[in-house]
Design a protein. Structure first.
Length: 345
């Protein structure tokens, strides 16, 4: 059974409006294209409830319906509202393609995004690793993902991969001899190789040893997923997030909730900031380090990586002062503006 099939079997969200089958088919299409589904399924749940409450019966969406839905989103932040409009616009285009005429809404003007990723401190990461090791079950449950959580969290921190990328890794993608892992299912649709250091290699092989002792056939097959539940099946981002919140609670790290974090995706941001910090402290110029970090994270361009300079400066203000003036002119002045802006706010 593929991970996609497992996802749709395990997914607890059920749509009930007239658009339910179209929401599901849209998600399957996006999954086949390699997209993460968490944001889509949550926004569809919001839309599904609206269409149910408004008793929509026709399989088309009018501008009046969109306006009525927008009126219910008074508490949404600009970034949240933009994401919802983006997904709704894509869905309306999809419906039109299927022959159901829908009004395609224009995206609202995108303002400065107000979401600030959570960056864990080094001490918090040590606590997270320690509490991962202490996780336990009070009863037998073959559907649990606990067996993979300690290795998964360490993998995310060491490689900076997205959670969806890590869970898509299969045994065939791992090459211990050459110390790398192939990430095939990426956000940007571009496969990449990521290095694994000796300590991560040890963690992965230890997990693999415990995993392969489980009474499940085919766990070591090349086409089988690397991170699995106790029953040998793949698991979802949502399952990982649920376990991660338990670890945060044990560490005494407040979880705000409602997608405000800290999220398991924030381990990727933490990896980026800590990696940049380490490179600069080892003597590398900040802006020489950016292309390396950009490639490591799988960004299409350095622009997607620039934010980590500001985040690193906010947490480690002494880092930016170490910039080499010889190479400071190589990157656009906008980066400097962002850093100065961070100093004033």
């Amino acid at each position: 059974m593929s991970r996609k099939e497992v996802f749709f079997m395990d997914r607890q969200l059920k749509y009930e409006s007239v658009f339910a089958p179209y929401f599901d088919s849209f998600l399957k299409m996006k999954d086949a294209m390699g997209y993460g589904l968490y944001k889509f399924e949550r926004i569809f749940l919001d839309l599904d409830r609206f269409f149910l409450k408004s008793r929509a019966t026709a399989t088309y969406i009018s501008s009046e319906q969109i306006a009525a839905w927008r009126a219910t989103r008074v508490n949404d932040k600009p970034r949240t509202l933009y994401d919802k409009y983006s997904v709704l616009s894509q869905f309306c285009k999809y419906m039109c393609h299927l022959g159901h005429e829908c009004y395609i809404p224009r995206l609202p003007k995108r303002k400065e995004l107000d979401f600030i990723p959570y960056v864990f401190t080094h001490e918090q990461m040590k606590c997270i690793f320690r509490e991962c090791n202490r996780l336990s079950l009070f009863c037998g449950n073959m559907d649990t993902a606990l067996v993979a959580v300690p290795a998964l969290i360490r993998f995310l921190y060491s490689t900076g991969t997205r959670i969806s990328e890590a869970l898509s890794i299969k045994n065939k993608d791992i090459d211990y001899q050459n110390h790398w892992v192939i990430i095939r299912k990426t956000k940007n649709k571009l496969q990449r190789m990521i290095p694994i250091n000796p300590s991560l290699k040890e963690v992965m092989k230890q997990y693999e040893g415990y995993r392969d002792r489980m009474p499940v056939e085919g766990l070591a097959d090349k086409e089988h997923f690397f991170f699995v539940k106790a029953n040998g099946k793949a698991f979802t981002n949502k399952t990982s997030y649920r376990w991660f919140k338990k670890v945060l609670k044990q560490c005494g790290i407040p979880h705000i909730g409602k997608l405000q974090g800290p999220r398991i995706h924030d381990i990727r941001h933490t990896c980026a900031v800590h990696s940049l910090e380490k490179m600069v402290k080892s003597g590398m110029d900040t802006y020489c380090a950016l292309p390396i970090l950009s490639t490591f994270l799988g960004h299409k361009s350095i622009k997607g990586t620039e934010k980590y300079v500001r985040m690193t400066q906010d947490i480690y203000p002494e880092i930016i002062k170490m910039e080499n003036p010889i190479t400071s002119f190589v990157f656009p002045n906008q980066i400097k503006i962002d850093i100065d802006y961070g100093n004033n706010h």
